[in-house]
Design a protein around this ligand. Structure first.
Ligand code: SIN
Length: 303
């Protein structure tokens, strides 16, 4: 038997595989497909305080080995989530994490504070990295000072463990990761999507209603993994890796690069069974290698 568990310090996961925010609904949507308790964790769709309609359609465009989205964080808002969804999620034995959004620092804090008053959440993931909700794809995670301020504000508003989700649309992601750590984030997750443009040649119009979107999927995997590698060597807090993880080999490679755990995103759209298949693949691989504790491989890149 391989010990797949992951100790993030503030949270113990039964295995390193989590479903990524924005690709797994509020969890309920996947319940008919498999037992959600198989997962290490699941991160629900981003939550603002009020319901939000999101961006004008079209919101999705495919590209080779990738998906460009501009959903604009459509969602039901934190009150409806706590009333209608969280009581059901609270019965799961998997770690349930809420993805926290805000128009400004105060809203992030308000959402976090509201969520903290309701039982059932293992942690918060602070979404300061969505490229689809501000002019030109801007987001707080592009600026270490804005990151510090937002994390600090949320840290003061909630006692739940805090994971900060970082943007790849920066020159030096390690500076932002360090700012998140200094402000009290207990982990960082990276990366969110790469700011992208898809064009319809005939009409010469953007394929997305919001013009720009965020690229995810296998196309970004080597870039995301490089950033995980860089950040894991700089920070003291755990790193959660994501970006184009489609199979167990991808997940393990992120761990070798330095990720303590991983999130599976776009793969859920292509293969709704992706997460349980990846968990099984990881277990079989570790067994075949004679590995007793999977955490041994974290940051084991030889170079
Ligand atoms: C979106 O809803 O536009 C994507 C979410 C994200 O990138 O955080």
């Amino acid at each position: 038997m391989v010990d797949l568990s992951v100790d993030l310090g503030f949270l113990k996961l039964k295995n390193p595989v989590m479903a990524a925010s924005g690709t797994f609904g509020y969890g309920l949507e996947f319940q008919p497909l498999y037992n959600l308790n198989l997962l290490g964790g699941l991160v629900v769709k981003g939550l603002y305080f009020k319901p939000r309609e999101g961006n004008p359609p079209p919101r999705l465009a495919e590209s080779p080995c990738g998906l460009i989205n501009s959903i604009g964080l459509q969602g039901i808002g934190v009150e409806a989530f706590c009333r209608e969804i969280l009581p059901w999620l609270a019965d799961l034995t998997t770690a349930v994490i809420a993805n926290v959004c805000g128009e400004e620092e105060g809203e992030y804090a308000r959402v976090a504070e509201y969520l903290s008053r309701h039982p059932g959440l293992a942690a918060l993931e602070l979404n300061i990295s969505c490229p689809n909700v501000r002019e030109g794809g801007k987001c707080p995670a592009q600026d270490p000072e804005a990151t510090y301020r937002t994390v600090k504000r949320v840290r003061q508003a909630s006692s739940l463990p805090l994971i900060t989700k970082l943007s790849p649309n920066v020159t030096d992601i390690t500076a932002v990761a360090l700012a998140a750590q200094e402000a009290g984030s207990q982990a960082v997750s990276l990366v969110n999507t790469f700011l992208a443009l898809a064009i319809d040649l005939e009409s010469r119009k953007p394929k997305l209603g919001n013009v720009l979107g965020g690229l995810s999927g296998p196309a970004i995997k080597p870039l995301a993994m490089r950033m995980v590698f860089e950040v894991a060597r700089k920070v003291k807090i755990p790193v959660i890796g994501l970006g184009g993880i489609f199979n167990y080999q991808d997940a393990l490679e992120f761990m070798v690069a330095g990720a303590s755990a991983v999130q599976v995103g776009t793969a859920n759209f292509v293969n709704p069974q992706a997460c349980p298949e990846i968990i099984k693949g990881i277990e079989d691989w570790a067994e075949s290698q004679g590995i007793k504790r999977l955490s041994e491989i974290v940051g084991s890149l030889k170079f």
